[in-house]
Design a protein. Structure first.
Length: 138
């Protein structure tokens, strides 16, 4: 994945934010929607596109567009930056593949230490038990 090329492929749309803010909210378009066309992207390989379409299926529209909005900041510039970061995080998380775990044997010394600890614990508890004839009632 080429992040610089991916950033250039993003398209932005602005609109008025909702909620509190008074005059600023009513007159300034600060809400930003970042859109990324997964199918037409040159920044991703075919395998990566397929993986994105599969993993982010509930967030990608029928046209194959991944859309993210942000309206937390008061300025359009900051919201644009946050939306860009959000969409990059989504793509990177979807493309992440965890490494396969190498199966290793448990060393004999570790097994022996565990058995020894269990034996000590068992003996400790066995010594606490009452048995007939151990204590005389005088």
């Amino acid at each position: 994945m080429n992040t610089d090329l991916l950033k250039t492929e993003l398209q932005y749309r602005t609109s008025r934010s909702g909620g509190k803010g008074g005059q600023n909210v009513n007159k300034v378009e600060t809400k930003v929607e970042a859109r990324f066309d997964v199918a037409a992207s040159g920044a991703l390989s075919e395998e990566e596109k397929h993986l994105l379409l599969e993993k982010l299926a509930n967030q990608i529209s029928a046209e194959g567009i991944l859309s993210v909005t942000n309206q937390t900041a008061r300025s359009q510039w900051a919201n644009k930056r946050f939306a860009e970061e959000k969409i990059l995080r989504l793509v990177e998380k979807a493309l992440y593949r965890p490494r396969k775990r190498k199966i290793t044997r448990i060393p004999e010394s570790v097994k022996a230490a565990r058995v020894q600890a269990k034996r000590r614990q068992s003996e400790k508890k066995a010594n606490r038990r009452w048995s007939p004839g151990s204590k005389s009632e005088d």
